[in-house]
Write a protein that binds this ligand. Structure first.
Ligand code: ATP
Length: 357
């Protein structure tokens, strides 16, 4: 196992696309680290550059104490699972798993002994003689994972390994992956564009945009305190309420409602400044009775989330959403009032979180 230290990593593709832009990243030994971001932000390029499948244009990559920036992929000692698994269709499960050991010229006995035991760890016993075409998506994923770890790599790289599975299998495979990683402690970098997956799996998350990292933190930090409007709008299964307003005498005037300036932003914003108040729908209280200082409007949509509902209020043309608990009865076009729970408002100015801490 090794840590990963990346400094000023830049990748410019031949056509001139700057896929990575002087990116810095530290992944600790044994960490399960997710790279999250919209399509085209550079996640796969970062993973492939760590693996050595793409050459860096500039900057350095260290695995543990070793600078591997110019090393061939075979010398980096990295296991990788690709989005489509990239299994060899003509080879059996066991031959697929043993392949990295063959490349390393291990003896037949070592190859099959090791491949058989990894197949067992990954619940593939009984399937060793099949070919990939005779396996389910979940089983193929496990073969790919077995092949990635069979040579005991220093780090494990996973490129959207769950994206080919259907919703139910995906949840199962996700739990399996997390248990597997925690039990064996591989330093793992995991690429996904699915924020729920990143929140559920990772020890820490890096949110990327345009070849750079916009925020790094634990799932709780990134969810509760997005550092910018970009991260705020990207994280969360229901989008954060982002309400534009103006600072006025210790409060923010948002439409006809006033919200107190959050404690952490006091003294840092000036009267007359344009800001955005961010409140997660989960942190909104909702009432069908008038509440002082709340956003009052008409319910436009009620979406059933299972144990809760997502209520969308039309407040003078502005949309305000609130998650309400079980037993909620409001109907579309009813009147409703939503107010942020104390301490749950974040203040953004020029797209960045305003905070003294
Ligand atoms: P997705 O979630 O869609 O897989 P991503 O975040 O993994 O996206 P990358 O595949 O790393 O993004 O691509 C980053 C940028 O580099 C994009 O603008 C993409 O078009 C470009 N790019 C990727 N591969 C190449 C290539 N081989 N040649 C030229 N440009 C490339």
């Amino acid at each position: 196992m090794a840590s990963i230290t990346i400094r000023e990593l830049t990748k410019v593709y031949p056509g001139g696309v700057r896929a990575l832009d002087a990116l810095d990243l530290d992944v600790a030994m044994g960490e399960f680290f997710a790279l999250l971001g919209p399509s085209g932000c550079g996640k796969t390029t970062l993973l492939r550059t760590i693996a050595g499948l793409e050459a860096a244009t500039g900057g350095t990559i260290r695995l543990g104490d070793e600078d591997v920036t110019r090393h061939q992929p075979g010398r980096r000692d990295v296991g990788m699972v690709f989005q489509d698994y990239a299994l060899f269709p003509h080879m059996t499960v066991l031959d697929n798993i043993a392949y990295p050991l063959r490349v390393r010229k291990q003896s037949r006995a070592v190859r099959y002994g090791r491949a058989t035991s990894v197949a067992q760890v990954l619940g593939l016993q009984g399937l060793e003689r099949r070919r990939p075409g005779e396996l389910s998506g979940g089983q193929q994923q496990r073969v790919a994972l077995a092949r990635a770890v069979v040579a005991d790599p220093r780090i494990l790289l996973l490129d959207e390994p769950l994206s080919n599975l259907d919703a139910r299998l995906r949840l199962e495979a996700r739990t399996f992956l997390k248990t597997f990683q925690h039990r064996h402690g591989f330093t793992t970098v995991f690429v996904t564009h699915d924020q729920a997956e990143a929140l559920a799996l990772a020890d820490r998350i890096a949110v990327m945009e345009s070849g750079q990292i916009r925020q790094i933190g634990t799932p709780a930090e990134v969810f509760r305190r997005p550092a910018s409007l970009f991260v705020a709008s990207f994280i969360g299964s229901t989008p954060m309420n982002l309400l534009p307003g103006t600072v006025r005498g210790g409060a923010v005037a948002v439409g006809g409602t006033e919200l107190p300036v959050p404690e952490e932003a006091r003294g840092l914003v000036l009267d007359g400044q344009e800001v955005v108040c961010g409140v997660r729908p989960e942190y909104m209280e909702f009432s069908t009775e008038p509440v002082d200082g709340a956003f009052g409007g008409r319910v436009s949509v009620v979406e059933n989330l299972g144990a809760s509902s997502l209520v969308t209020l039309d407040v003078d043309g502005e949309t305000v959403r609130a998650v309400v608990g079980e037993g909620f009865e409001a109907q579309p076009s009813a009147e409703g009032w939503a107010s942020p729970r104390p301490g749950r408002v974040l203040l953004y100015r020029d797209g960045e979180l305003v905070t003294g801490g």
